[in-house]
Design a protein around this ligand. Structure first.
Ligand code: CU
Length: 183
């Protein structure tokens, strides 16, 4: 027994002492890293081979991206809720526009951006149209007819509206302004 425990104990002791130098070298390493700037620091970090360091960087990056996504998503969510509420609501701006030879009355419509605009267009005599190129709108009301249509005023700016019908030369003179105030 004593024969066996003896060598084992010595080996264990030897192993322990063998491991000491590397341990103390590692313990000294941080000092070395702090004292040596630049390249040797980068070398020490990469040869230090810290996979956990890389992992930490990745998870930090992921957390950062998540935070950014959240920040980006919040106003979007608010916008979506606001929009749904707006869509459900009744038209916010209603106008009755009379078109006659050769003018629109009233000649100026003012709304706020994102308003739902409802227009009732009455042709008092011959056929006329309400055309806004910027909004790709062209609605025709036949002679003596009244039509209704809606659109979302999503682009701010001042847009010319006019009658694009060719039946009467002077319809060209019919025009007005749609003013959409930015939000
Ligand atoms: Cu006209």
């Amino acid at each position: 027994m004593a024969d066996r425990t003896g060598p084992v104990a010595t080996i264990a002791a030897a192993t322990a002492t063998d491991e000491l130098p590397p341990l103390s070298a590692k313990a000294a390493a941080p000092d070395t890293i702090e004292k040596t700037p630049g390249q040797s620091l980068a070398g020490a970090v990469s040869t230090g081979g810290d996979a956990s360091m890389v992992r930490a960087t990745r998870s930090f990056r992921r957390a950062l991206i998540n935070a950014l996504l959240l920040v980006a998503a919040l106003p979007l969510a608010g916008w979506a809720v606001g929009r749904t509420a707006q869509d459900a609501a009744q038209p916010q701006r209603a106008f009755t526009l009379t078109a006659s030879k050769y003018r629109f009355d009233p000649p100026r419509l003012e709304v706020d951006q994102n308003d739902l605009v409802k227009i009732t267009l009455k042709s008092a005599d011959i056929a006329h149209s309400f055309t806004v190129d910027g909004y790709r709108i062209a609605k025709r009301a036949g002679p003596g007819q009244t039509i209704t249509f809606e659109f979302r005023a999503d682009q701010p700016g001042t847009f010319r509206f006019y009658c694009n019908l060719k039946q009467d030369e002077r319809c060209k003179e019919m025009q007005g302004e749609l003013v959409v105030h930015p939000k």
